[in-house]
Design a protein around this ligand. Structure first.
Ligand SMILES: NC(=O)c1ccc[n+]([C@@H]2O[C@H](COP(=O)([O-])OP(=O)(O)OC[C@H]3O[C@@H](n4cnc5c(N)ncnc54)[C@H](O)[C@@H]3O)[C@@H](O)[C@H]2O)c1
Length: 341
């Protein structure tokens, strides 16, 4: 099994993916500057997998620091590049920070891959590349749109950088377009730990339920959807993690040609915000006293994926549903709240 460099390995999706890779026998190395995580996921990974993972505390915008990781590990065969900032509002306030960090770190990684002859890369992309898609569900053929915010632009630019590089370098590149990752590993030893105010709905729900946020607001209940609230495509983070392991297998086997391939990673069905809140209450026996607020500028009424391409080509499937997402997210929140007390 190959040695895989996971950038952003101390973050939410990176840490779950490391667990999945270790379970499949891969050797794993993490590179994370801990700018958006605290490193505690490394302990969780060790407890779950029974094996520790070395983390290079390196800022991947720094080409020399990135280069050193590859020089010290000449047996790296594949990179999974998660390291990025992901807060939409912050990206609107500080676009240069986002271009610098998200596109700068990708550029360093591509330089180092080229120098050291590493031929396989999986890139964390996002459904934001589709912008306001007119037809749902979105497939990989849905036209890419003018980004709605600088964060989304960094993801679109990231895909484009990889396509240009792939045209000049004989590697295998896969961009996975995540929809709405949620939930935690069933052990509740790792999970989503936003620094500051959460941008995503599920950590906002769990933090509100734990008394860490003063209110929970549903942004608009007057959309043309079945209950008026926005529709999103929630997918269990371990299903996302397993898709990365499946992508590596695909690149080593069925993906015969060099080049850049794209896959949607969603559950394939939409859930409204109000349905999600009800699912949380039902799974955990916790009442959420949320309030309905006005629409948030820029929110799309509905977004969900056609995930057939990932299922067919990667041989991957969704194994976990909304109940498991809500149950594991809450167990994780309770565990980390208890730890901090
Ligand atoms: N979580 C989501 O809802 C979601 C949806 C779509 C796409 N994505 C993408 O998936 C990836 C992982 O997201 P996540 O939710 O795990 O985020 P996260 O913030 O939990 O993890 C990202 C990790 O990358 C690290 N990092 C950031 N910049 C770095 C740099 N320059 N050098 C080294 N390390 C750096 C951070 O310290 C953090 O640990 C990101 O690229 C994100 O844009 C996430």
């Amino acid at each position: 099994m190959s040695k895989v460099l996971v950038t952003g390995g101390c973050g939410y999706i990176g840490s779950h993916t490391i667990v999945s890779l270790l379970e499949r026998g891969h050797r794993v190395l993490s590179a994370d500057d801990l700018s958006r995580s605290d490193g505690s996921a490394l302990e969780g990974i060790k407890k779950i997998a029974g094996t520790g993972v070395v983390n290079y505390r390196a800022d991947l915008k720094d080409r020399t620091a990135t280069e050193r990781i590859f020089a010290e590990n000449p047996d790296i065969e594949a990179v999974i590049h998660f390291a990025a900032y992901k807060a939409v509002a912050e990206s609107v306030a500080q676009p240069l920070l986002y271009f610098d960090n998200n596109n700068g770190s990708l550029s360093s990684v591509l330089w180092a891959m080229k120098k050291h002859g590493v031929k396989n890369l999986v890139f964390s992309s996002s459904c934001t590349v589709y912008g306001k898609a007119e037809k749902l569900p979105v497939t990989e053929q849905t036209p890419l749109a003018e980004p709605e915010c600088p964060y989304a632009r960094t993801k679109l630019m990231g895909e484009q950088m990889i396509s240009d590089f792939a045209a000049s370098y004989p590697g295998r590149f896969v961009s996975l377009r995540y929809f709405n990752p949620a939930g935690a590993h069933r052990s509740a030893l790792i999970g989503e730990a936003p620094m500051g105010r959460p941008d995503n709905l599920v950590p906002a729900v769990t933090m509100f339920a734990a008394g860490k946020l003063p209110e929970l607001v549903v942004h608009g209940a007057d959309y043309e959807t079945r209950d008026g609230s926005c529709i999103r495509d929630y997918i269990h983070v371990m299903d996302i993690a397993e898709a990365h392991a499946a992508a590596l297998d695909y690149m080593a086997g069925k993906m015969k040609d060099h080049g850049h391939h794209f896959f949607n990673l969603g559950s394939g069905s939409g859930t409204t915000v109000l349905e999600l809140l009800k699912a949380f209450e039902a799974a955990n026996g916790v009442k959420l006293n949320y309030r309905i607020g006005p629409r948030r500028p820029g929110d799309l009424p509905a977004m969900y994926a056609d995930n057939r391409k990932a299922r067919e080509l990667l041989g991957w499937e969704i194994k976990r549903g909304l109940e498991e997402m809500m149950g594991s997210a809450w167990r994780w929140e309770q565990r980390r709240s208890a730890k901090k007390d």
